[in-house]
Ligand binder design. Structure first.
Ligand code: COA
Length: 179
């Protein structure tokens, strides 16, 4: 398995991966919504210091992908949001998701990113060092329909310090219905 930053020639394959994976795990509608989100991300300027996409490939086939996009706080160190994450259905349960997330977080730490946030299931993300965080400590860009899914992982140092104010997110995620 190879882990790397994505290449623009892989755009369509990445979108197809999200569509197939979320259609299978959730619903066709959810698959289409996530695929639209990823399409919007991949239409953002590239390369960018606000957006990173990493892929896991096996013999040229993309079997996993993660998107990390900047959350911009007025007075905070560098913070990124991990979302969405997909591992192809026939490759799940083999540690690829965890390794890919760790790979992405390590790459961001090299860029001096201090915290990675995500919004999902602690049963999975807890395995790669995320913990639930209150919005009193770190706010999300929009109201959260599931506050227990607001998770953080320090990637530079061990501390989780409170951050003042609400962050802004990149345009593809700037939609209250996604939160
Ligand atoms: C969630 C996902 C990214 C995990 O990737 P993966 O490569 O299958 O995961 P790994 O093999 O690294 O880790 C597997 C572990 O995570 C757990 N896990 C996997 N998916 C999970 C989920 N959706 N919820 C809770 N736990 C999950 C497994 O139970 C397993 O635990 P174990 O090792 O104790 O048995 C992948 O299953 C996927 O793409 N699912 C569909 C899309 C999705 O739900 N994305 C995440 C959105 S928050």
């Amino acid at each position: 398995m190879n882990f790397s930053i994505y290449e623009q020639s892989q755009k369509n394959e990445i979108i197809a991966l999200y569509l197939a994976t979320f259609s299978a795990s959730e619903s066709k509608q959810e698959g289409e919504q996530v695929a639209r989100l990823v399409t919007d991300f991949l239409a953002e300027p590239f390369p960018s210091t606000d957006l990173y996409v990493f892929v896991a490939t096996d013999e040229q086939r993309i079997v996993g992908a993660i998107v990390l996009s900047r959350l911009l706080f007025a007075h905070a160190k560098e913070v990124f949001l991990l979302s969405p994450v997909a591992v192809a259905t026939d490759w799940q349960g083999q540690g690829i998701g965890q390794k890919l997330i760790q790979f992405g977080c390590d790459k961001l730490a090299e860029q001096n990113v201090s915290l990675v946030m995500t919004y999902g299931d602690i049963n999975f993300y807890g395995k790669v060092g995320f913990s639930v965080v209150s919005e009193e400590i770190i706010q999300a860009p929009h109201n959260l329909s599931y506050p227990k899914g607001w998770l953080t992982k320090p990637v530079l140092d061990d501390e989780i310090l409170p951050i003042t104010g609400k962050p802004s997110c990149l345009k593809p995620l700037d939609n209250p219905t996604l939160w």
